[in-house]
Design a protein around this ligand. Structure first.
Ligand code: ADP
Length: 252
């Protein structure tokens, strides 16, 4: 590992006002340009950790530092399970929102919006309304909206969980293609062991009560990863390893 990670998470704990200890003593380093997944049972604090990295909530103890930039980057992309599009606004206006909030005119923003839409394969749908799109297309719009500010870090909280298997696999492939061309750092929360192994360079397996990191598993299979990887004995073996780590966590 390099001496200066992008994100340095040290001894982080989070207790909510209700008294729930959501996370306890979480320490890890996220390298610039890496693809890291968080997997673990519901309630183990995956979203809490993501929200703290985004600066939406503060840790109760410990620190999240950004050694390379000193401060948290202003533009962090966040993609949720629900596409959360404005139903009354066209695709173009939905993707425009973060730039509009940053004070950019639509005229100035339009090339960037069209570029973000092209990157997710929706260049022809700029004038469409969300109701005209499939679930997978809505999620692509949500990704385009996160990409339009060209964030160095993309935080994804179970983004494809509500989609059918086929669409999900397609979006996984598209996400990997974007990641390898854009070189962002991605932190991806998923319930799916298969999805985490397929996508990630590293998987942080978390356990609940209190939420903590149980294992840090490297997935050192080469990219690009395609169907051959999904169907290989190596893939199955790695999935079994992550499942076993999760199982240990459930017992603990
Ligand atoms: P995960 O994403 O792994 O399902 P969360 O981070 O959403 O887990 O939640 C971790 C724990 O913290 C759970 O017990 C949850 O009920 C609790 N929690 C999450 N958000 C809040 C909140 N805003 N107020 C109080 N408790 C919360």
């Amino acid at each position: 590992m390099s001496s200066s990670p992008l994100i340095d998470i040290s001894s982080v704990a989070k207790t909510y006002g209700s008294g729930t200890l959501a996370l306890s003593n979480v320490s890890t380093r996220i390298e610039q340009g890496s693809f890291v997944s968080l997997v673990g049972p519901s309630g183990c604090g995956k979203s809490t950790l993501l929200r703290m990295i985004a600066g939406l909530i503060d840790p109760s103890a410990g620190a999240i530092d950004w050694p390379q930039t000193q401060t948290r980057p202003k533009d962090i992309g966040f993609v949720f399970q629900d596409a959360t599009l404005m139903p009354w606004a066209r695709v173009l206006d939905n993707v425009y929102l973060p730039l509009k909030l940053a004070g950019l005119s639509l005229k100035k923003a339009e090339p960037r919006i069209m570029d973000a839409l092209a990157r997710v394969g929706l260049a022809d749908f700029a004038k469409a309304f969300p109701r005209e799109l499939s679930g997978g297309m809505k999620m692509r719009v949500s990704i385009a909206r996160a990409l339009v500010t060209e964030p160095p870090v993309l935080l994804m909280d179970e983004p494809f969980a509500a989609l059918d298997e086929f669409t999900r696999e397609k979006l996984d492939d598209d996400l990997l293609a974007l990641w390898s061309s854009q070189k962002w750092t991605v932190i991806f929360v998923t319930h799916s062991v298969y999805e985490s192994v397929y996508l990630s360079e590293r998987i942080l397996v978390m356990g609940a009560r209190p939420g903590r990191i149980l294992q840090d598993i490297a997935i050192d299979a080469p990219y690009p990863r395609g169907r051959a990887f999904r169907e290989s004995p190596d893939f199955i073996r790695r999935c079994a390893q992550v499942s076993a780590a999760l199982g240990e966590g459930m017992k603990a």
